[in-house]
Ligand binder design. Structure first.
Ligand SMILES: CC(C)(COP(=O)(O)OP(=O)(O)OC[C@H]1O[C@@H](n2cnc3c(N)ncnc32)[C@H](O)[C@@H]1OP(=O)(O)O)[C@@H](O)C(=O)NCCC(=O)NCCS
Length: 146
């Protein structure tokens, strides 16, 4: 584990065309290699229209997320060595604030069941049955933001 000061982590809105290399690299490591998500599910055709976010520490990209036009947050990934020290939470708060600024009214996501407590910390509410996506149990969660 690489311990870092969360206040030194810089989060910014990314650009798919400009930041495609680092965005794909981090998602390849976390989702395709670590979680065995199939390539065709990972690259689902929504990246060109989604808003993307990156977290950097000393210019090294350590986390990412995206927000689709329909209000779905996804592809939330922190590199393994940097987890459980508040970086994911900082990134999620940034995404929520950015969505509010951009007049989204409701956010939703498909949470891996293990990650439900992570999203509950930011008041997302789980509802409906557990379903399987990429062989991983998920539940839908939502948050009303206006
Ligand atoms: C889920 C993920 C983004 C969380 O990022 P992180 O930087 O480790 O999370 P944080 O350290 O900011 O955690 C924030 C809070 O959520 C809790 N939390 C984080 N991951 C959790 C988990 N898997 N299960 C339960 N609680 C969790 C933390 O304990 C923390 O609570 P605290 O403030 O009381 O300590 C990260 O584990 C990850 O990238 N996982 C692999 C990809 C993935 O599964 N993405 C989610 C798809 S739905």
């Amino acid at each position: 584990m690489t311990l870092i000061a969360t206040n030194k982590v810089n989060i910014h809105v990314a650009d798919w065309d400009k930041n495609k290399d680092v965005l794909t690299e981090i998602r390849k490591i976390v989702f395709i290699e670590e979680q065995n998500v199939p390539q065709d599910m990972e690259w689902d055709g929504h990246d060109e229209t989604a808003i993307h976010y990156l977290a950097r520490f000393n210019d090294k990209v350590i986390a990412c997320a995206r927000l689709k036009t329909d209000g779905q947050i996804g592809r939330m990934a922190v590199l393994e060595n940097y987890r459980r020290q508040g970086i994911g939470n900082k990134l999620l708060v940034f995404v929520i604030q950015h969505a509010i600024t951009n007049n989204f009214k409701q956010l939703f996501l498909h949470a891996q069941v293990d990650a439900i407590p992570f999203y509950e910390k930011q008041s997302f509410i789980a509802h409906g049955d557990i379903f399987i996506e990429a062989d991983i149990p998920h539940r839908e969660m939502y948050k009303i933001i206006n």
